[in-house]
Design a protein around this ligand. Structure first.
Ligand code: HEC
Ligand code: HEC
Length: 408
């Protein structure tokens, strides 16, 4: 019935039904009622998302000393092993040939410096200057793309075309930060404990340790409640938070609900960029599931389970399959709490103390699930709901529901 062809076939009907107010849980291709995005602003935002550090070199270079760590110890093989990605389109053909023939060493940190000079390491911005005739990394900073872009591996594992908005679930930000000589042993131990694909965007402020799965930055058009806890009503709110309090960018962020109040530097390199940065993220549609990756007939049955005995549509409703635009949920309603052993409630550390119903587009692409990554697969998500909510679904219904989730 719907599924891959539904935009072509079902959308006009769905739009009529939405207009008639009698069809609540269909996800539309373009969010109805959203103002159109300005293409010029989107284009500016892409450059910012990929390449702007907001002056955070003051943190990554002057405080953490990461330029020295990289130059001394991070050869490309090591960089790829902690999940850093290389943008193949930034590599000149001579470099491509050199990598293919083995003439360019992937076990020499000087090669990493050369890649940074080419602006080819996704999300890492280096300044390379000639010092005594030798290319030297003098400044390094990070961009949004570090965590929220990956590559398609078309050249080699970890090397390919950029996929903006796809969370980099191979990245181990904690392991990278823990390399800094500026940190004490106890702090390093916390960073080193997070693992791949996770980052705690509050640890440096509240001292609690509860890493979050890095979420996609796509599929958010029409969702006016951002982050797992719905702390902000637009992306710009959270983008300012991360740019200032996490990346170390130059500017200010203040939030009375959590008491966070941070100002870095004396010039604001963040505020003016937020409208474009937001427009770019809103332009990133969730990727469609690959052809043949789910059973369409089972998925159609699964949708009926989602809307019927699974009771999922009680919260996952509307065009983006979330009620986030009008309510948040107490931790007691949410199946992903209590947190895994010893981890404090993430909601308790947030501005809202609640969770946002997650939008579901592109689910096939971004396992593991829930804010804390406690469900490794969509099958585990469905089992968790069935057990925690006492749904009593049959194994056939659960299997169909999984096919439906894979189709979104
Ligand atoms: C070190 C990794 C890291 C960097 C760098 C980073 N983020 Fe994030 N981002 C995260 C994590 C982890 C979360 C989840 C936070 C939460 O839900 O409380 C997140 C959440 C988000 C969300 C919310 C998504 C949603 O579903 O509501 C958006 C949007 C986002 N980041 C955009 C950005 C932008 C733009 C930048 C650059 C200014 C950036 N991030 C930099 C790790 C990162
Ligand atoms: C009471 C409201 C509510 C109901 C009912 C509900 N959900 Fe959720 N759902 C949420 C919230 C809140 C989250 C975010 C939880 C988190 O991040 O830890 C979520 C997260 C998810 C996720 C993870 C998304 C991601 O990006 O990690 C999936 C998948 C999901 N729900 C599917 C379902 C299915 C299937 C059902 C029905 C069996 C269902 N939900 C019922 C509120 C609900």
């Amino acid at each position: 019935m719907k599924l891959p062809l539904r935009y072509a076939l079902a959308l006009p009907v769905a739009a009529l039904l939405v207009a008639a107010g009698c069809y609540s849980s269909h996800r539309a291709a373009a969010a109805p009622g959203e103002p159109p995005l300005d293409p010029a602003l989107v284009a500016q935002g892409k450059v910012i998302f990929r390449g702007d550090t907001f002056g955070d070199e003051a943190f990554w270079t002057d405080v953490l000393g990461m330029h020295q760590v990289i130059a001394a110890a991070v050869d490309p093989t090591t960089a790829l092993s902690v999940g850093l990605k290389v943008d193949a389109e930034a590599l000149p053909s001579a470099v491509v040939q050199g990598i293919q023939s083995g003439a360019i060493s992937l076990t020499d940190p000087a090669t990493t410096v050369a890649l940074l000079k080419l602006n080819a390491v996704v999300g890492v911005k280096g300044t390379v200057e000639s010092v005594n005739g030798k290319d030297t990394l003098t400044r390094v900073g990070i961009t949004c793309a570090l965590c929220h872009s990956t590559v398609d591996d078309s050249f080699a594992p970890g090397i390919g075309k950029r996929l903006d908005g796809w969370a980099n679930r191979d990245l181990n930000p904690g392991a990278i930060i823990a390399l800094s000589p500026a940190l004490g042993a106890a702090t390093k131990a916390v960073y080193a404990s997070w693992g791949k694909g996770k980052y705690d965007p509050r640890f440096n402020l509240d001292g609690q340790n509860g890493p979050q799965v890095i979420p996609p930055a796509y599929g958010l058009l029409g969702v006016h409640s951002v982050t797992a806890t719905g702390d902000g009503s637009d992306l710009a709110y959270w983008n300012r938070y991360v740019a200032v309090t996490q990346m170390g960018g130059q500017g200010s962020f203040s939030e009375p609900r959590t008491g966070v109040n941070v100002t870095n530097g004396t010039t604001d390199l963040v505020s003016a960029k937020l409208p474009a940065l937001q427009a770019y993220q809103l332009s990133l549609a969730a990727p469609r599931p690959p052809a043949g990756s789910f059973d369409a007939t089972a998925a159609a049955r699964g949708r009926a389970v989602f809307e019927g005995p699974g009771k999922c549509a009680a919260c996952h409703s509307g065009p983006t399959l979330t009620d986030a635009n009008f309510r948040l949920h107490l931790p007691s309603e949410v199946v992903s709490e209590p947190e895994p052993a010893g981890v404090p409630s993430y909601a308790s550390r947030s501005a809202t103390k609640r969770y946002r119903t997650a939008p579901l587009a592109g689910l096939w692409q971004h396992a593991p699930y829930f804010h804390n990554g406690t469900a490794p697969t969509l099958g585990a998500v469905v089992e968790t709901y069935d057990t925690r909510k006492g749904l009593g679904l049959t194994s056939a219904q659960k299997a169909d529901l999984v096919e439906y989730l894979k189709s979104l």
